[in-house]
Write a protein that binds this ligand. Structure first.
Ligand code: IPD
Ligand code: CA
Ligand code: CA
Length: 285
């Protein structure tokens, strides 16, 4: 008989994924019961940066479940970090070297959740020594679970995902977001929007970076870019896109890592054009 010890890597990896799925599903189901039904709305960094008790409750539920299974793992969740880019970068920096680090956005798309606009998700990633090895994005309203394991592909509804075939920016459907940071991120993103709008087939902005990334992975979007995101917005989605055959870099075309805040993700075919257009518009960083 093979002991857990001997077979540790395989058993370990499998159960990481099972726990990630279970957390996302449990949190997602609970969030759904709170739709149109939250009690407390607060703002964080700016008037556009919202948080409810449901964001906090979702993170608490996920953290408790993860640490029950893996008490020696590290945890980084949005609601456990002070608002603002400096605090986020510092929090990530302090945990980046940890062996196993869970990176969680308990609701990505809080503004949508608050307004009842049906485009928000739970995003859960596990990084091993700074590299994402499991990514789960769960959309509770559509009951769609996007899952990727490093080197093993990405799946939705148990079906293998692959990115879309468009090979020119002009034939691409591209998404972006409107960051809550009005000082630095929003103006830069608006420059990109201005430059890209006439160059692409069309632009969408659903209001959840993690779900946009999942849609790039699923071939529903050709690309996505946004300035000023955090590790928890992108970690799970980055693996979804890569494992679906797409490309993820910063907006200047440098390789993705957990510290990337300005992201460009695409089906790969339009990546060069996307990054070039942002760079030319001085909208990359
Ligand atoms: C936000 C969403 C939104 C993006 C913002 C993010 P949150 O995350 O991903 O699409 O434009 O920049 O902060 O606050 O809903 O978790
Ligand atoms: Ca987020
Ligand atoms: Ca959030």
């Amino acid at each position: 008989m093979v002991s857990d010890q001997q077979d540790g890597a395989i058993i370990g990896r499998k159960s990481f994924t099972a726990v990630a799925i279970n957390c996302a599903a449990k949190a997602g189901e609970w969030i759904k019961t709170k739709l149109g039904n939250y009690e407390k709305l607060d703002t964080k960094m700016s008037a556009q940066d919202l948080v409810t008790e449901v964001d906090k409750g979702s993170e608490k539920l996920i953290k408790r479940l993860i640490l029950t299974h893996f008490p020696d793992h590290s945890f980084l969740g949005e609601e456990g970090v002070e608002p603002g880019p400096e605090a986020s970068a510092k929090a990530l920096e302090s945990k980046l070297q940890d062996e196993y680090l869970w990176i969680v956005d308990p609701i990505d798309g809080t503004t949508n959740f608050v307004h009842g606009f049906p485009f928000f998700v739970v995003s859960i990633a596990l990084a091993y020594r700074g590299e994402v090895i499991v990514g789960v994005v769960y959309d509770p309203l559509k009951d769609e679970l996007f899952l990727a394991e490093k080197g093993k592909g990405a799946y939705v509804h148990g079906k293998r995902m692959s990115v879309s075939p468009e090979d020119t920016l002009g034939s691409g459907l591209v998404a972006t977001g409107f960051p809550a940071d009005q000082q630095y991120a929003l103006p830069l993103n608006m420059k990109g929007l201005q430059a890209l709008a006439p160059q692409v087939r069309n632009i969408r902005s659903g209001g959840s970076a993690a779900l946009h990334m999942a849609y790039v992975a699923a071939g529903r979007l050709s690309g996505f870019w946004e300035i000023g995101l955090n590790s928890w917005d992108l970690a799970a989605g980055s693996l979804l896109v890569q494992e679906s055959g797409g490309q993820v870099t910063d907006t200047s075309g440098r390789p993705y890592h957990l510290g990337v805040r300005n992201v460009a993700a695409s089906n790969g075919h339009i990546h060069g054009e996307l990054v070039d257009a942002l760079t030319k518009a001085e909208a990359a960083e």
